[in-house]
Design a protein around this ligand. Structure first.
Ligand code: 13P
Length: 254
């Protein structure tokens, strides 16, 4: 049994005070569960990462970044590398989040390089995939997920891929309150595992964690987690509320 994993993506929210308050509340409220029964990570905006790492103190909550750049250093104004993030206490990096794909315009080719650079720089990537509403309505979900998985992991060795956590985040479920049903999520998670088995091998596919994200909340977390191929949750809105995020962590520990 893989230990369930819950990560809170704070997106472009909080400030220098509320990021610390939120981190401290999550750390103190999840002491019994975090680390032991559930693996927990928070993913604050870049600028608050050092303060959040400090606020989490000796708790077993890991910290991630919302994005990284493909190169380790150099003349790339405005970008932040995996080694810099590792240096300030990050363990994880989101790659290919839906907002970066659809608002910022990141391509699968760029995301592929980011996944690779994360692992090379000592970070554990959380690679996000997911279809748009119109793609689902046109019956193209499997085709879109297959393309994303194949291109985003292209050329990565089995050893590199074993450091990756996958996250299925249907775009139509993000921030909309419209969660995918546990069955809809399970179908895509099973597809992702099958694709990983074809690209690598069944053992690797079995060991990789696949999270669900998209309006995950305390009242739907347990149902989603009962699905055989869902190994955890990537939480947006509900992770900004310590009470809700702790309730999700608790429900994953049961
Ligand atoms: P919401 O939980 O707000 O729908 O966001 C999901 C998400 O994008 C997490 O990365």
């Amino acid at each position: 049994m893989k230990k369930p994993f819950v990560a809170g993506n704070w997106k472009m929210n909080t400030d220098s005070h509320t990021s610390i308050e939120l981190a401290e509340s999550i750390a103190s409220g999840s002491l019994e569960f975090a680390g032991r029964r559930v693996h927990v990570a928070v993913i604050p905006p870049f600028v608050y990462i050092p303060a959040v790492v400090k606020a989490l103190g000796t708790s077993s909550i890991a910290v991630g970044a919302q994005d990284i750049y493909t190169e380790p250093q150099g003349a790339f104004t405005g970008e932040i590398s995996a080694s810099m993030l590792k240096d300030i206490g990050c363990n994880y990096a989101l790659c290919g989040h839906s907002e970066r794909r659809h608002v910022i315009g990141e391509t699968d080719e760029l995301i592929n390089k980011k996944v690779s650079a994360s692992v090379s720089g000592g970070l554990l990537p959380i690679l996000c995939v997911g279809e748009l509403l119109e793609e689902r309505q046109a019956g193209r979900t499997n085709e879109v997920i297959t393309r994303q998985i194949n291109s985003d992991l292209a050329g990565l060795s089995a050893e590199k891929v074993s450091a990756v956590t996958l996250a299925y985040e249907p775009v139509w479920a993000i921030g909309t309150g419209q969660t995918a049903t546990p069955q809809q999520a399970q179908e895509v998670h099973a597809l992702i595992r099958k694709l990983l088995g074809e690209m690598y091998d069944n053992q690797l596919a079995e060991e990789i964690r696949i999270l669900y994200g998209g309006s995950a909340k305390p009242d739907n977390a347990a149902d989603l987690m009962h699905q055989p191929d869902i190994n955890g949750l990537l939480v947006g809105g509900a992770s900004l509320n310590a009470h809700d995020f702790i309730a999700i962590i608790k429900s994953l520990s049961e």
